[in-house]
Design a protein. Structure first.
Ligand SMILES: NC(=O)c1ccc[n+]([C@@H]2O[C@H](COP(=O)([O-])OP(=O)(O)OC[C@H]3O[C@@H](n4cnc5c(N)ncnc54)[C@H](OP(=O)(O)O)[C@@H]3O)[C@@H](O)[C@H]2O)c1
Length: 431
């Protein structure tokens, strides 16, 4: 057996994740080295503020004030970027590291979903690895599964719950019967949501992950066209209605190839209570891959947090320690494809529609007429009068209809004088 190679690592960013990773690597060095038949050393660490108190111990000569000073250092083999954000220092560090022929490990979905193609070109040209398992669903090893375990498969659809914070909020609203606002405040207090949880709530975080998973699943370049709706308009009444109708509401991301077009979308989704995905609660994530010959494959786990994210980062570091160079997006950039993008309006869904209306004679019959005029057929109707308020809510479940027809229906309804609030649409996933 060949002599063990020693890899020198620099960790840049010592926040939640960086500090946990630093401690974990030091504590488990022998075990990780033995499993990979290579050894490693944390040669340098860096963060923004030298004087910040951190719960880790490192030697004075390990600290680097400015990461630019290690980009050209021949001793450094692997740079772990744990700063975050698509622009600024993280971008400068990762572009600089790959250009200087350093392997890179990053947990930064914003950066990979925006600049992944350019970074992948540099990595391939310079024959170094760009690893980013921790950028999608924390501890769920979905990227390595697609690249390695599922390599035999032609994947045609990938979807799931890709954001722990929004899943915590929706499941908590259901279990504790709390409002959206109350639940977010509790999530921030418990550390399940950042103090500014907007990218978790508005769907942007899931959109970044969907774009990355699309590239890996379909051997394509990053496609920026994606339909994104967050969870801020889902209220406790929708959760109660869904429950009565046999559904749960989850924020889900989907990517699929249909008629040679890529359809990417993120939106709150009604799923049958009996489905697998309905049972994925709290901060858990679950990704479902549909491919040939595997069929349906589900992988589930903790989507965020220092321990789960470190598990993914160590998997990436190990991939480099084992030696061979891999294409960042599973195949050579020369073979990756560009798909044109399809629109959600062309897809067919069964849908949940909630109308808050003035409680007066003839409203329901006018509503059903508008649905029929737009070729949308109704499967179920639930009517909930609000006591003493002279208004009621009408909940309609449609048969599978073209999304464009549903949207036209809602536009017509929105103009009616009996409609009190913008009609609400939630799509249903049957499966
Ligand atoms: N937290 C999670 O659960 C989770 C899960 C999956 C992926 N991720 C990803 O992991 C990455 C890190 O997240 P985090 O939660 O650890 O963030 P964080 O706690 O905010 O830490 C960011 C770190 O970056 C450092 N930094 C900022 N500007 C810098 C610069 N110019 N040079 C060097 N260091 C700089 C900060 O330094 P100071 O400490 O001196 O301020 C801090 O240590 C992000 O990409 C995030 O999306 C996080």
């Amino acid at each position: 057996m060949k002599k063990k190679k020693l890899y020198n690592i620099a960790i840049v960013g010592l926040g939640n994740i960086g500090c946990y990773l630093f401690k974990f690597l030091n504590k488990n060095r022998d075990n990780i080295s033995n499993k990979n038949n290579s050894s490693f050393k944390i040669l340098y660490v860096s963060a923004k503020n030298k004087h910040k108190r951190r719960n880790i111990k490192f030697k004075k000569n390990q600290w680097v004030n400015n990461f630019n000073n290690i980009l050209k250092n021949k001793e450094v083999d692997i740079i772990v970027e744990l700063i975050g954000g698509a622009e600024g220092p993280a971008k400068k560090l990762v572009f600089g590291a790959l250009s200087n022929k350093k392997h890179v490990v990053t947990a930064n979905k914003a950066l990979i979903s925006k600049y992944g193609d350019k970074l992948s070109m540099i990595a391939e040209k310079n024959k170094v690895n760009l690893e980013y398992e921790a950028s999608v669903c924390g501890g769920v090893p979905i990227i390595r599964s697609i690249k390695e375990g599922l390599i035999a498969n032609k994947i045609n659809r990938i979807y799931g719950i890709l954001n722990g914070t929004s899943n915590y909020i929706l499941s908590s609203m259901e279990i504790n019967k709390t409002t959206f606002r109350e639940t977010i405040n509790k999530a921030i207090k418990l550390g399940y949501a950042e103090s500014d949880p907007s990218s978790d709530i508005n769907g942007a975080d899931v959109a970044s992950k969907v774009k990355i998973l699309s590239c890996l699943s379909f051997n394509s370049f990053i496609n920026k066209k994606i339909h994104v709706e967050g969870i801020k308009d889902v209220d406790d009444e929708d959760i109660t209605n869904a429950n009565k109708l046999g559904y749960k509401i989850k924020l889900m991301g989907f990517s699929e190839i249909l008629n040679n077009k890529i359809f990417q979308r993120v939106h709150p989704t009604l799923v049958k209570k009996s489905s697998y995905i309905a049972g994925v609660n709290g901060v858990l994530n679950a990704v479902i891959v549909e491919g040939n010959p595997i069929g349906k494959n589900i992988i589930q786990g903790e989507g965020a947090g220092p321990s789960a994210t470190t598990s993914a980062l160590v998997s990436d570091i190990s991939s480099i320690l084992r030696g061979n160079i891999k294409f960042p997006f599973a195949i050579s950039n020369k073979r990756r494809k560009n798909y044109s993008s399809g629109k959600i309006q062309d897809l067919f869904f069964s849908s949940y529609i909630r109308l808050n209306v003035k409680d007066k004679y003839g409203v329901l019959s006018d509503v059903t007429k508008i649905f029929s005029n737009n070729k949308v057929s109704i499967k179920r109707v639930l009517q909930n009068p609000y006591k003493n308020k002279k208004k009621s809510s009408i909940v309609i479940i449609t048969h599978r209809s073209k999304d464009n027809d549903i949207q036209k229906t809602l536009k017509t309804l929105a103009k009616k004088s009996y409609i009190i609030q913008k009609p609400k649409l939630l799509r249903i996933e049957n499966g």
